[in-house]
Design a protein around this ligand. Sequence first.
Ligand code: UD1
Ligand code: MG
Length: 454
Amino acid sequence: MAAGKGTRMKSALPKVLHRLAGEPLLQHVLLAAADLGAARTVVVTGHGAEAVEAAFADDGLVFVRQSPQLGTGHAVQQTVPALDEANPTTLILNGDVPLIRSATAAAVADACGGRRLALLTIDLDDPSGYGRIVRSGDERGGHVVGIVEHKDCSPRQLAIREVYTGMMAAPTAWLRRAVMALGNDNAQREYYLTDIVAMAVSEGLPVVAAHASDETEVLGVNSPRQLADLERRLQRRRAEALMEAGVRMADPARFDLRGELACGSDVEIDVGVVFEGRVVLGDGVRVGAHCVLRDCEVAEGAVIHPFCHLEGAKVGADARIGPYARLRPGADLGAEVHIGNFVEVKNSTLAAGAKANHLAYLGDATVGERVNYGAGSITANYDGANKHRTVIGADAHIGSNCVLVAPVSIGAGATIGGGSTVTADAPAGKLTLGRGRQVTIEGWTRPVKVKRGA
Ligand code: UD1
Ligand code: MG
């Protein structure tokens, strides 16, 4: 169910498209459903339907529109033509409850087994806002007889701490009939899905409650505050799983993974690091404070110093990066490469042992082994229309403040004098200069100020 407006988000974006750990809320729910091997996944859209459907267009989902949105029961009514009775169990999930574990969802589906109505419930210290689980007799062991929405509760029912989490599983054929029979005679004039519980009881369909133990799994997102709270809970879960696997974190509360992170042994991650996409860190890698790594591979023993930004880059074994380095897509660095502060590398290969330690740009370059690329040097790779390559042979030494105007090749072992603008290929093993000769003007005197009134 993903049709609700999400008024309290105070946002133009439909609620289920707000991001948690970099992915839309609905994506988290759909992944849990996919893990169960659902034969068919039906998404109820309404508020912002076009945007929601476009965001998940390629995922093999069935969308049904609900307009206007007259309640959760009305939402499920819209799905009736799309529910296939060949699938005996239908699981209903809320699009705004993202941290549900697939194991919990599977337990609810199993409890239904195509023969019972199964509800996921939880005990909350503060149950306000939630539908209360009403049982026969006062005892906890009593049978579930219904769910009463907060706004419809008697004072006695308001004291019930066991609440409905928003997840249930029902026999498909029965559900199709039951939701069509719902009315809206209640405080909110809505069609409550939860009213099917009392129907099941009156028809003699067994109702079972599976109990969630982890509150985080069933928390919904209704406001930016709750979104941020769930983000920290999810990141805590991820940090704990990584630490369980041996990753050492300076502070798991200051860790953000918006994708997948695979770590070797003895990996150390300092505070404030953000991982996005798919990142692989080899054995013994250390990532300094406040780095952003997106879709990168970092080989064993490499050190990323603080404040680096890496995207689509490969870093070789025992390399040293940063502080304040930027590796852009296609940066492919060999073993023991050093990239220092304020160095940008894009679409360039640096062979083992190459160094660019200060204030430099390497774009569309092929750099040989042990090249030393001086401070302030750049490849002029773009002529305003096309990109061109720079090739630098092994053991070349590029002085400081050089401009290598591509396409250009620097031979192996060549030396380029500082301040050169290199517009033609430089031969191997020789010194090449491309700069004005230094001259000294004899007899020149420095101008002096003429004093006023003198
Ligand atoms: C619902 C339950 C309540 C439960 C709570 C758990 C009902 C009547 N009440 O209440 O018992 O404790 O969830 O979080 O079901 N939606 C639609 N179309 C609609 C209305 C809602 O698609 O017309 C979707 C929303 O986008 C959301 C979900 O259904 O994903 C739940 O709706 P919401 O309005 O948040 O229900 P609650 O009042 O929280
Ligand atoms: Mg809600």
